[in-house]
Write a protein that binds this ligand. Structure first.
Ligand SMILES: Cc1ncc(COP(=O)(O)O)c(C=O)c1O
Length: 392
């Protein structure tokens, strides 16, 4: 028969995907305009015209479609290294950069390079549940530590308590999916002290894997602190799925902090993993496209406007919600303790949300505002009726 592990995983399913399917059914029944689907974080703006122009021009460049070094084009990696150096104040070189097939592949390549079976990886809940697969595929075990209620800031004493001799890494994701929280510098500094103490106690580092696809999707002048600056033992995983609205093109990079001990070995391990996991190299045209747009954030003003609209609608209807400073999600508190029951009630009002349990953080729910203004406006009545049904 087929793989038992995969068949079991298929049976347990993804909550986001399940809501996506429910949404499609409702749309077929009631018409797309009468369904308020906040389930999927799929960037809806088109890439800027300059990006499209670059794609067209590069497609005709002689030699661009050939095999290359598994790490990616050297000139591209040099530019990304310069960018990482400017942001972090550390001296990245092209050797420290591996171009990858989006952040998802970047995380798989990273954990393939880091983990032995039984190694533990701390995640800060709420978190993107695909981490369970990227870590589990390598025989690693995820150890979720909840962030603080409401602010979704890291709970550093709880992280300290969760570190064991088997802890190999901790994943940071700021701006965060699903909470939209941007972790403040002071929390990261406190965390770096905790990781230094753990290294002294257990005799090996706890690596910080910083998953940063939303780093450019930020509002209200907030600054995202550079993880590579604060943590010597850091691996930055980035992608252009969100910032350039190119999720279907699968392009990103992994950057190893140049001041990490044995960093040459990790650089080589990442390139080896990229090849042997079957990615071989990142898409050629898109490597060359993205380096021209490293600071761009496509659709940021529209996201901000929709965040504000949806936030006002929700709080106006009586929901408790922290206004996020990044990403394109809101993560309000469920007005009833059972967040899955809440998602089911919302569905009866043709409103699709994802229960916080789907992010290892029960009692909350996620809304993605990668949707039209009309969908957001139309949802106001539904949210008020949901609250009425619940008796709030
Ligand atoms: C937190 C987080 N990490 C990683 C990814 C994967 O991104 P990519 O499209 O670059 O693989 C996503 C996608 O939604 C995400 O939300």
């Amino acid at each position: 028969m087929f793989s038992k592990k995969i068949c079991d995983s298929l049976a347990s399913g993804s909550m986001i995907r399940a809501m996506f399917e429910q949404g499609n059914k409702l749309k077929a029944q009631f018409g797309a305009d009468n369904v308020f689907d906040f389930a999927l974080g799929n960037p809806d703006p088109e890439p800027d015209q300059e990006i499209i122009d670059d794609i067209r021009a590069l497609a005709g460049e002689p030699g661009i479609h050939k095999y290359m070094s598994n790490a990616g084009f050297t000139d591209v990696r040099e530019k990304i290294a310069d960018h990482m150096s400017a942001e972090s104040g550390r001296a990245f070189t092209a050797e420290d950069i591996v171009m990858v097939v989006g952040a998802a592949a970047g995380l798989s390549v990273t954990f393939h390079s880091l983990l032995d079976p039984g190694d533990e990886v701390i995640t800060l809940a709420p978190y993107f549940m695909e981490y369970n697969s990227y870590v589990g595929n390598q025989g690693g075990v995820v150890r979720p530590v909840p962030t603080l209620r409401g602010s979704f800031r890291p709970d550093v004493p709880a992280i300290r308590a969760a570190i064991t001799a088997r802890t190999k890494a901790i994943i940071l994701n700021s701006p965060n999916n699903p909470s939209g929280a941007v972790y403040p510098e002071e929390d990261l500094v406190a965390l770096s002290e905790a990781l230094d103490d753990a290294e002294a106690e257990f005799g090996h580092p706890v690596y910080v894997v910083s998953d940063e696809p939303y780093a450019k999707i930020i509002y209200d002048g907030v600054k995202v602190p550079s993880v590579a600056r604060i943590f010597r033992n850091s691996i930055t995983v980035n992608s252009f799925s969100k910032s350039l609205a190119l999720p279907g093109e699968r392009i990103g990079f992994v950057a190893v902090c140049p001041d990490m001990a044995d960093k040459d070995l990790l650089d080589a391990a990442l390139v080896y993993s990229n090849r042997t996991l079957g990615f071989v190299n990142a898409p050629a045209i898109f490597q060359k496209v993205v380096v021209n747009h490293l600071d761009r954030a496509v659709g940021l003003d529209a996201y901000r406007e929709r965040r504000d609209m949806l936030y006002d609608i929700l709080t106006g209807a009586g929901f408790e919600c922290t206004k996020p400073q990044g990403a394109f999600y809101l993560f309000p508190k469920s007005p009833i303790p059972d967040d899955k029951e809440f998602a089911a009630i919302a569905l009866r009002h043709r409103t699709i949300v994802v229960a916080g349990s789907g992010f290892s953080y029960p009692g909350y729910f996620r809304l993605s505002y990668c949707v039209s203004r009309d969908t957001i406006k139309g949802s106001e009545k539904a949210f008020r009726e949901i609250m009425k049904e619940i008796g709030q």
